[in-house]
Design a protein around this ligand. Structure first.
Ligand SMILES: [Zn+2]
Length: 210
């Protein structure tokens, strides 16, 4: 595939003349025909992929209530402007400046959440050791409480559809309308004006808005 130069400095390392773009038209069942655009910097290695649907899409929120393990295989198209939320568990991933789009499935999205939670959990566990040594008992009980909460969340995320497990809802909120959950039980609604005003839209560089 052919790389074409992009005439703006790299949004990460500011290097001039290092940005290149590859675009190709692709088809994902139900998501439809779209252009997959990847921008990369040959200086620092920054890379970002996005999916631009052929038909204009409107800002939207896709929701799926997770009740059984079959749904783990459902496809997810997540664009770089998409916020992923699990309200029941107080979890949210915003599109940061390094946000990149990806095509995955529900399991892949949950694994990304688990990775981050496990990282935080390890930090807290290290905290416990140092607080034990320094004998800070008030802070210690707070940290242990936080650890227990995280372990409960991990438990819920890892045991979808098992007995006694409350279902939870995964939501994709995308002001650009380039994201989708492909499952027959998934529903779509428009974003409210308030959501459009407050949701982050991710990396700005004019690369994708052009
Ligand atoms: Zn760069």
């Amino acid at each position: 595939m052919q790389e074409s130069p992009v005439d703006i400095p790299c949004p990460i390392c500011s290097s001039e003349g290092s940005l290149y773009m590859i675009a190709h038209v692709d088809e994902i069942p139900y998501f439809g025909e779209h252009t997959q655009v990847t921008v990369m910097c040959h200086s620092c290695g920054w890379k970002q992929t996005d999916f631009i649907p052929a038909e204009g899409k409107k800002a939207g929120c896709w929701s799926l209530v997770l009740e059984n393990t079959n749904q783990l295989k459902s496809r997810v198209v997540r664009s770089s402007s998409c916020t992923i939320r699990i309200s029941e568990l107080d979890l949210q991933v915003n599109p940061g400046s390094n946000s990149t789009g990806y095509v995955s499935n529900v399991e892949g999205v949950i694994n990304r959440f688990l990775e981050v939670i496990n990282m935080v959990l390890r930090d807290l566990q290290n905290d416990v050791s140092s607080k034990l040594i320094e004998n800070e008992s008030t802070e210690l009980s707070q940290t242990i409480k936080e650890i227990n909460q995280l372990e409960e969340i991990i438990d819920t995320l890892s045991n979808i559809g098992s007995e006694g497990q409350e279902p939870f809802t995964i939501e994709l909120l995308d002001p650009h309308g380039h994201s989708m959950i492909i499952d027959e039980a998934a529903t779509e609604r428009s974003l409210t004006d308030e959501e459009i005003a407050t949701l982050p839209t991710g990396p700005d560089p004019a690369v994708f808005s052009a």
